[in-house]
Design a protein around this ligand. Structure first.
Ligand SMILES: [Zn+2]
Length: 309
């Protein structure tokens, strides 16, 4: 048995999984944002409740179920301190060690896009495939890379961030859109334009109308001319960046997570635009909706103790 958390800026989702990855129990609570004691009390409370409820169900009764945690951020590889999180109580905290001491069991923490990639590689669209480059098209852009069932590592604790670094002001201006500086400090990254919020920004810039992304995609499916133009530009920008990633990684599959993954027609458009202009030949769909597009963070967190750190 394994416990998993997906910790976001507004809610914490908790899940109890059997050893085959089946979900025995799941629940959501609000994320305490005021102080660390409240935060750790909520986590410890959920674990204690599950320990009581599922006592005797675990074949490995001598060892308490390990905890895997998915969250929107990274860990400093040297200190273990939480970096770039939108959850103030854990910022700067060596959370893996801290929660391990409190919960008195093995704890493993990873970025949520990496957890999604792991879930897809082990149980989802990437099952049996070697190189899985999973991307998030949610509120923002994210990504995780799993090769041979394991994470690929680097020096900084930040990886898979395909939405940052490349200046796309050229393509933006070609479409008549004024570039904007990225939150990371980059001159003009894809990130502000590449996911649901970006779709809304593109629509606003092209047509002067502020609409939620769901309304834009619904209008696109209905054949609305303004929305058709917005989607054309969105696909061009996202596919442009993905082509570079595909040329670098030669992935077997690119599962998509986040809210926009539910738009199957849009994902198929991105896939066609990517495969039409990369160096390798892919005779199957490469960019596909992830099997766990809605809850890949939690699913992957439950698998963290199965992969090397
Ligand atoms: Zn950036």
């Amino acid at each position: 048995m394994k416990y998993a958390f997906d910790i976001g800026g507004t809610k914490i989702e908790f899940g109890v999984f059997d050893d085959q990855g089946g979900i025995l129990h799941r629940q959501k609570v609000a994320t305490p944002l005021e102080n660390r004691d409240d935060f750790t009390s909520v986590i410890a409370g959920l674990v204690a409740e599950a320990d009581a409820r599922f006592a005797g169900c675990d074949a490995d009764a001598d060892t308490p179920p390990p905890v895997g945690i998915s969250f929107a951020g990274g860990l400093d590889p040297e200190t273990g301190a939480v970096i770039s999180a939108n959850i103030p109580p854990i910022k700067g905290w060596p959370m893996t060690r801290g929660l391990g001491d409190i919960l008195k069991r093995a704890v493993r923490v990873e970025n949520d896009a990496d957890c999604f990639a792991l879930a897809e590689a082990r149980l989802g669209a990437g099952t049996g495939k070697r190189t899985v480059f999973a991307i998030i098209l949610g509120t923002g852009v994210g990504g995780g890379i799993v090769v041979d069932g394991q994470f690929i590592g680097g020096r900084s604790g930040i990886r898979g961030e395909w939405g940052h670094g490349n200046d796309i002001s050229g393509p933006l201006m070609r479409h008549g859109i004024k570039p904007r500086q990225c939150g990371c400090g980059g001159a003009s990254c894809l990130d502000p334009w590449g996911a649901a919020r970006g779709l809304e920004r593109i629509h606003s810039a092209l047509h002067g109308k502020d609409l939620p992304s769901q309304d834009i995609t619904a209008a696109w499916r209905a054949g609305n001319g303004d929305a058709l133009k917005t989607i054309d530009v969105f696909v061009d920008l996202v596919a442009g960046q993905l082509r570079l990633m595909v040329n670098v990684l030669d992935p077997d599959i690119v599962p998509v997570g986040g809210g926009l993954a539910a738009e199957q027609g849009l994902i198929a458009r991105i896939d066609a635009a990517v495969r039409a202009n990369v160096l390798g030949r892919y005779d199957h769909a490469l960019v596909v909706p992830g099997q766990f597009f809605a809850d890949g963070g939690l699913r992957g967190a439950a698998l963290l103790h199965d992969v090397p750190a």
